[in-house]
Design a protein around this ligand. Structure first.
Ligand code: ATP
Ligand code: MG
Length: 424
């Protein structure tokens, strides 16, 4: 039987890859404009990094990690997310000793053992940013504005930005107590996961997708009810900065990122109609994570964006996009000598940067012209033995259906001129 790719993975073929390249290009451009620099960390890390950095009570660490022993008996995990690695790299490379804040971004594959479905894969890709070393609300506003700006450049529609504050170690204990009191009478009816969250991390129960849990948590006390003065002030300032940057957002008091080191700001971007999975971006402040992986106390904030879901949303907003990367000119050469000459011409054009092609199969004129149509070439240049003998070449404009005969020696200059005039 033919070998198939692992469940939950994808082959990105020509035609689709161009959409990825375009998205990556736009990401790199916006990051440059906002002053974020790229970081590339290993695809695999010591398992302990994620156990400590993502947290034992999360779905990721509990059930979604690709973990294995390498030949040296070390426990290794394919990275399920990027933040823990960035924080590790920040500490390991002593970036905290340099100028602050450190503004980083990454793009790359992540791995989670999940049930594959629309918008949910086992190998998927994230674009994420992390800002380390500042705890001012303006940083929170900057990263959310970057997301908003990117989405409007991509032409996405039907977006909702949800923001919340989950408090800090000084105000969360009061909320935890109130929430436990509220949930206690119906504790037994919670799903199994939430029963185990009840003692350790009841905040995450607000985030559970189980319908019964959602029903039970209706009207539960939210972190916004118990914010301390500092957190309340931070949240207020964030909102006025977002308004100043004309970001349209909603306060969603049920939005949580439930780890101990998550503080203050949490946010998520949802998009309608891309199927069951509507979250395209999630982020928040994590003052405490750097310390968790062995560094000095350092505030941090970031987000991660699911690139497959962003592309799905983009397709929905704009319809199918034609892939690029096609030849501008196809040289149709007939006969051995013309092929040799044609190959030399095409090589020169390519060397100077024009996407040009030549038939590699020795096909007939008709078949070659058909191929030129298929790749949507702008021009076909026809060179047979007879033309070669006369020192001419036929240049056919495939869009207009017109053709001219040119002296062979002028050909490259004419083609270049047209290529430039076409805005290349
Ligand atoms: P979800 O609720 O969809 O499981 P999550 O809370 O696990 O999301 P994060 O860990 O915050 O997601 O990751 C950030 C983004 O990465 C998500 O908003 C989503 O767009 C994307 N993402 C997460 N898991 C997957 C996956 N298995 N396949 C594709 N995209 C994913
Ligand atoms: Mg998930």
């Amino acid at each position: 039987m033919a070998i198939q790719r692992p469940k939950g993975t994808q082959d990105l073929l020509p035609g689709v890859v161009e959409q990825w390249q375009d998205l990556e290009e736009q990401i790199r451009k916006i990051c440059k404009e906002y002053g974020y620099q790229e970081i590339r960390t290993p695809i695999f890390e010591a398992t302990e990094l994620f156990q400590r950095g993502v947290g034992e009570t999360t779905d990721i660490v509990n059930k979604e990690m690709y973990t294995f022993l390498d030949k040296g008996e070390r426990s290794i995990t394919l990275r399920p997310e990027g933040t823990a690695s960035v924080c590790r790299a920040y500490v390991e490379n002593k970036l905290h000793g340099g100028p602050q804040p450190v503004k980083l971004y990454y793009i790359g594959p992540m791995f989670r053992y999940e049930r594959p479905q629309s918008g949910r894969f086992r190998q998927f890709h994230q674009f994420g940013v992390e800002v380390l070393g500042v705890d001012k609300p303006m940083v929170d506003a900057e990263v959310i504005t970057l997301v908003w700006d990117l989405y409007s450049r991509l032409g996405l529609k039907g977006l909702e930005v949800h923001v919340n504050s989950v408090g800090c170690p000084s105000c969360r204990p009061e909320h935890k107590k109130k929430l436990q009191e509220f949930l206690a009478p119906r504790q037994e009816q919670l799903c199994k996961d939430c029963q185990s969250r009840f003692e350790k991390n009841p905040l995450r129960i607000l985030d559970c997708k189980n319908p019964t849990c959602q029903e039970i948590t209706q009207g539960a006390p939210t972190t916004l009810d118990t914010l301390c003065e500092e957190c309340a002030e931070h949240f207020k300032e964030l909102q006025s900065l977002l308004s100043a940057a004309e970001v349209v957002y909603k306060v969603n008091p049920r939005l949580v990122r439930g780890l101990d080191y998550y503080r203050k700001t949490a946010f998520e971007v949802l998009v309608e109609d891309i199927g069951a999975q509507s979250a395209i971006c999630g982020g928040g402040r994590y003052d405490g994570l750097v310390q968790e992986v062995g560094g000095p106390p350092t505030p941090g904030i970031g987000f991660a964006m699911g690139m497959e879901r962003v592309l799905a949303a983009r397709k929905l907003a704009q319809g199918e996009q034609e892939g690029e990367g096609k030849d501008y000119l196809l040289l149709v050469a007939l006969g051995d000598q013309a092929q040799r000459e044609g190959f030399a011409i095409v090589s020169r054009l390519r060397k100077q940067g024009m996407p040009a092609g030549i038939d590699l199969l020795g096909r007939s004129l008709k078949a070659q012209l058909k191929a030129a149509d298929r790749v949507q070439a702008h021009y076909a240049a026809i060179l047979g033995e007879e033309e070669l003998h006369k020192g001419i070449i036929i240049l056919r404009d495939l869009r207009l259906g017109e053709q001219v005969e040119l002296p062979l020696q002028d050909f490259e200059e004419v083609v270049w001129k047209r290529y430039k005039e076409d805005g290349n």
